[in-house]
Ligand binder design. Structure first.
Ligand code: GN1
Ligand code: MG
Length: 358
């Protein structure tokens, strides 16, 4: 693909020396580019094509990102931050006849897909905790809801039952077991959403996609540098961030592991994440937020299962898949993991109580 015409919208007269696709993430398309700018200087950047099926109004995503990154830059002047470059139109994106592009600075770093290493887990928890803390007084009402109902688990289940009813790909018969299990735990998995609707949990500014690989680490010191992927920064619940982080960091198997039957929750990872996260935000949380933290990992895992399964039934239109069964495998892995969370819930709750008492 010829990236030069796109890059020149951001840096007129630049040359593209190298381009490599980065195949992490299920939604956007990302390329790492080496450029020479018009003044002869070198520039290492990430060019992303935003998925406009997922983000129906990508310019609103970019407005949120501009506000949030600017706010963080002001609040943490010397911190590591993401820069989304303006194109010659003065906007932090460029739209051609087919796609919606943005260009970000490349930060030399490492990422981790699992929480095998407790030092990495501790750093990730602190990074997400700090993120939460920094944005705690950000004016939430100024943010657009870029994906309406993103973590509305009740709505996610409704979509699943609709997809199962219409069964557009004729795949329902293969997933009867998954559907049957999900029916039995629907009410419990919707607890966070219900408490929000009842006014018992407060809305905050949250990241909403706290996979452990959304934290960049310094390759040598292995310290967390910055939280990335700000596409879904919106008003949300603390449990959305905590729960999704546990879903990805504390699962002994990868999200799409073919050994999904071995998925289980690693309790030391859970404890390490909770300790480090709560050290930063614990004293600001309400009693109900604290009480539902352990449960939030169950809710978020089931919500992910519901989303993967809905996409499987709808023909893989949302998440990028590498093979036809991919979303089904992801679903199964989440469900095995969720069952283990249920079994360990008393231990997880005890850990949270102990940490809060420290
Ligand atoms: C998507 O593309 P990525 O990996 O950052 C998804 C998340 C899911 C995740 C599952 C906007 O995130 O909500 O939890 O896949 N992002 C969006 O791995 O839907
Ligand atoms: Mg994301």
């Amino acid at each position: 693909m010829n990236f030069e015409p796109i890059c020149r919208q951001f840096f007129p007269g630049c040359k593209v020396n190298s381009a490599e696709e980065i195949k992490v993430g299920h939604i956007n398309q990302t390329y790492r580019l080496g450029l020479t700018l018009a003044d002869g200087s070198a520039f290492d950047g990430l060019l992303q094509a935003v998925n406009t099926y997922v983000f129906k109004q990508p310019e609103l995503v970019m407005e949120n990102i501009a506000r949030v990154t600017e706010y963080m830059r002001q609040k943490v002047p010397n911190g590591c931050n993401l820069t989304y470059y303006n194109s010659t139109t003065g906007k932090n994106y460029y739209r051609d006849h087919k796609r919606f592009w943005r260009l970000i600075n490349y930060i030399p770093s490492s990422t981790y897909n699992s929480g095998e290493d407790l030092a990495v887990v501790a750093q990730a928890a602190q990074a997400f905790g700090r993120f939460q803390e920094i944005l705690s007084d950000f004016p939430a009402e100024s943010l657009h809801e870029t994906i309406p109902g993103f973590h509305n688990t009740i709505w996610r289940f409704e979509n699943l039952w609709k997809a199962a009813d219409t069964d557009p790909q004729g795949r329902r018969a293969e997933v009867q077991e998954e559907l049957a299990y999900l029916r039995t735990i629907e009410t419990e998995a919707c607890t966070l959403t219900r408490l929000l609707q009842e006014g018992k949990l407060p809305l905050r500014v949250t990241h909403n996609d706290t996979k452990i690989n959304n934290v960049l680490f310094d390759t040598e010191s292995r310290e967390a540098l910055v939280v990335i992927d700000l596409d879904t920064v919106m008003p949300g619940l603390v449990g959305h961030d905590f729960g999704d982080a546990i879903r990805t960091a504390a699962n002994t198997e990868a999200e799409d592991s073919l050994h999904y039957d071995k998925a289980s929750l690693d309790l030391p990872v859970f404890r390490t994440f909770a300790e480090n996260y709560l050290r930063l935000v614990g004293d600001k949380l309400t009693e109900t937020e604290v009480e539902t933290l352990a449960l939030s990992s169950f809710c978020m895992t089931i919500e992910s299962a519901v989303r993967f399964l809905t996409d499987y039934l709808e023909g893989d239109v949302y998440f990028r898949t590498a093979y036809p069964e991919h979303n089904r495998i992801r679903t199964r892995c989440q469900l095995v993991f969720a069952k283990d969370i249920q079994a360990k819930m008393p231990q997880m709750q005890k850990m949270i109580r102990e940490i809060m008492a420290q």
